[in-house]
Write a protein that binds this ligand. Structure first.
Ligand SMILES: [Zn+2]
Length: 137
């Protein structure tokens, strides 16, 4: 039984994430991979794109720790005394993706190194409001 074809958008991305899969798109014309699902190849503008599953492994390229938080994050307990980290992960397949960074000491960002291996965080995934997150491998 084949999967229902899913639209190439953020809603589908999070549906896959709830299922434990990190999905992006692959262009059938130029083989470009993108972690941002859109019905258009960002490299050659072809519309022949298909879903592509990423391994969930990558490298932390850059990050920032945030202590002045938006309201929604404050409601989750983040703030001046409990900052959170957000960063850019370069997936092992090449594309870059913005994500939360968990399992690090956000109060001491000087101890967090760029270049470390990270993996997709699924254990604490909120099924109602899933957040893309990675933690050190
Ligand atoms: Zn393409």
């Amino acid at each position: 039984m084949a999967d229902e074809p899913r639209e190439f958008n953020a809603a589908s991305f999070y549906t896959y994430l709830r299922e434990g899969r990190l999905m992006g798109i692959r262009c059938r014309d130029c083989a470009h991979l993108s972690a941002v699902p859109r019905p258009l190849c960002p490299a050659c503008h072809s519309r022949k794109v298909e879903w592509h599953q990423f391994s969930g492994k990558g490298q932390l390229s850059t990050f920032t720790c945030i202590s002045i938080v938006p309201v929604a994050m404050g409601e989750q307990g983040y703030g001046r005394d409990n900052p959170y980290c957000s960063g850019v992960v370069t997936l092992e397949e090449g594309p870059r993706i913005s994500a939360r960074l968990l399992g690090v000491d956000a109060s001491n960002p000087q101890n967090i190194q760029t270049g470390i291996a990270v993996v997709l965080e699924l254990e604490n995934l909120d099924q109602d409001q899933p957040t893309l997150a990675f933690h050190p491998a």
